[in-house]
Ligand binder design. Structure first.
Ligand code: G3H
Ligand code: ZN
Length: 268
């Protein structure tokens, strides 16, 4: 089916009291695995291509985004295309020309005032072209960065940030941390509920791979509306590739990439 807008995938989740699922794509096999998972579960999803993944593909965004778009169009369930953790305003504003209907603009490394100024400007330019924008505050609450398990987003700061920037969704720091390979993170469920009450846009959880399933379900009950997974798929993908490589001295990459893709589909 045609590429779906991320706002539509998120709206479907809001209307049903659930959360939209975003999965990070690094290679074509990830995109195919996520599409297969959608078809198996009957659920829509968001294909998220990070700025780092764009860098991996020689800084050529179209190389991976065009492949994702082709996979999405062949999928029988709605899939949207999202640019994730974009640090360069020029890449962010190029999103609609690259087929993306949403961007997570990540100015969290900038000083707070600068984050607000640049995010508001990028959001204004993207809204003019109908693109949905997610963003996040900086290192408020945690000196190791907003994605450190100890970082916390203050509800009043969150409300002020959303009002000042005009963003459509807010990534919040509530206890998860990026790139965890064990599901041991504990979320601050009370804070999620307070953020939901303070902020009038959907809340987004990053670093969801390290969060146990029951914590994720509780987070959704408390108002989390978009959940981002990356590492969870890569853990499955890489384990399957290792196993496939250990089983043979053949050199055809299709054998181990197919094993990785199947494992990532199952994980998704
Ligand atoms: O933006 C991407 C996500 O936050 C993924 O994080 O790899 O820890 O699941 P994760
Ligand atoms: Zn993230």
């Amino acid at each position: 089916m045609p590429l779906t807008a991320t706002s539509h995938v998120v709206d479907l989740a809001i209307r049903s009291g659930t959360a939209a699922l975003a999965f990070n794509v690094i290679t074509l096999e990830h995109a195919q695995a996520i599409a297969a998972a959608c078809e198996r579960t009957g659920l829509p999803a968001i294909l998220a291509v990070s700025h780092n993944a764009v860098r991996h593909h020689g800084d050529d965004p179209a190389a991976i985004l065009d492949a994702c778009a082709a996979v999405a169009r062949r999928c029988r369930l709605p899939l949207s295309l999202h640019l994730d953790h974009v640090e360069d305003p020029e890449l962010a504003v190029a999103a609609p020309d690259l087929g993306c209907t949403s961007v997570m603009f990540d100015a969290s490394r900038l000083p707070h005032d600068e984050n607000v100024r640049v995010t508001a400007e990028v959001t204004r330019r993207l809204h003019a072209r109908g693109v949905w924008v997610e963003a996040e505050l900086g290192e408020i609450g945690g000196k190791d960065g907003v994605h450190a398990a100890t970082a916390r987003t203050d509800p009043a700061d969150a409300a002020a940030y959303v009002a000042a920037t005009g963003v459509d969704a807010l990534a919040v720091a509530v206890g998860s941390s990026h790139a965890m390979t064990t599901r041991t993170a504990r979320l601050d469920q009370d804070l999620i509920a307070r953020l939901r009450d303070a902020v009038d846009v959907p809340l987004v959880l990053h670093g969801s791979s390290g969060v146990p399933e029951e914590e994720l379900r509780a987070a959704v009950r408390n108002g989390m509306r978009k959940i981002n997974f990356g590492t969870h798929l890569n853990t499955a993908f890489t384990a399957a590739v290792r196993e496939a490589l250990a089983a043979t001295d053949r050199v055809d990459p299709r054998r181990y990439l197919a094993a990785g893709r199947a494992a990532a589909a199952e994980a998704a």
